[in-house]
Design a protein around this ligand. Sequence first.
Ligand SMILES: [Zn+2]
Length: 496
Amino acid sequence: MLPRILIAGIAQEISSFNPVPTEYELFSIQRGDEVFDINKGTATAFAGAIETFENQIDVQLTATFAAKAVSAGPMSAVCWSKLSAEFLDSLRPYVGSVDAIYLSLHGSMGSESELDPEGWVLEQTRLLFGNDVPIVFSLDLHGILTKKMLQFGNGVTAFHTYPHVDLYDTGKRAASLLLKIMAGAKPVIARVRVPAIVRGDELKTDTGCFGEQIRQIKTLEAADEILSGGFLIGNPFTDVPELCCQAFIITDGDQESAEKIAMQLASEFWGNREKMQSRLIPLEDAVSEASSMTGPIIFTDAADAPSSGSPGDSNSIIAEMVRTGYPNTVLAPITDAGVVQMAISAGIGGSFMASIGGSLDPRFTPLEMGYEVKLLSDGNYILESWGVPQYSGPTAVLKSGIFTLVVTSQPVSLFDRSLFLGQGLNPQNFHSIVVKSPHCQPRFFDDWAEHNFNVDAPGSTSANLRSLGHTICERPIFPLDEGVRFSPQVEIYGAN
Ligand SMILES: [Zn+2]
């Protein structure tokens, strides 16, 4: 009889500081064979795993459930209860009839009712299928690998790249690891937690200092000296008890070398912690300097980046420009469903007054402005980065003095020019452009801009980590606390 492997997954990244909860409707869910139909031929972790299983052995694959949502606030209790129940129900019919399980997870999910959703998923899957069915899972580089995940899983792989370009490879490594365990490998996992949260350019794995730890792991994997390894930087915006950075190394029974490697990686990383923080310019200084520059000028507002989990409704930069009488033309995106409705009522060419900003996150004070409606759209456009459809809900282009505002009804990823281009606006025609994303490919903005100001504005995904107000994660932790000491301890899982 062919070996039977079950695959499933559930993934989202949250910002605990976004006050708008994620509801069930935000998830797109693939059920049963949809998981094969939708993923095969793409670059996802599922695709990497499925194609590896099929290429390496004669196998009977079953997919049950794969849920994914864009980054946003923590899941409501109702959302998690429905999602988790559907996930488990999808597995139940296969109890007793599968030999191994692969789960594609993220690691930075969170709900108001469950602070370790992925740990729960692994625990429940283990309880259903028992100890004899090996379970391997994969995580995002920003995942927070918890004790529970390590206790109930047999092995794990994680992205080795930031920006993330190795999803497929991560799925492939997870599938290979699972096949090795099915063939008799005895995984022993050593992990070392580092009490730090990090952000900024030094985390880019091609160019930053963090790339050094990742390169060492990749070398060990390529030489088959370890079964799997990873360095997870956590997601600083997911405020959960086990938030940290961490190294994990999995060997085939060689506990001593797994310990040694994980310790060394964690110590090297700790030494670079100061470097791995963002350099931000005060908002007032950036606006003041940019007023007399030739342009184009980019204002990076990563504190309100929807792709990191923010609602996109910050008006901080606009407000500072209004306050100081900024003299240049400005293009800025903002989420404000109420203002879009008023624009639709006014019609193209119509004008109206309304407060904008802070419609979702009360840390922003709504700002009263007068507008002329230049364009209205249904919010369907194509993502410049990967050519896939995007939807911002009803969307309006409004002009107010120096400002051209693209106002969307719901948050959308803003790591390229898609939203602007989708409304017929070329950002190069403006002096100043607000970009709500921590990093963009240079060709989108930096290549043609005079300067990019990475501003220190308020927001639920601010790289000014001390400004966020963590209350749940274990303390002390760098850089939230002073004088944090690192006394590395190795934890071992799977050895018995
Ligand atoms: Zn990530």
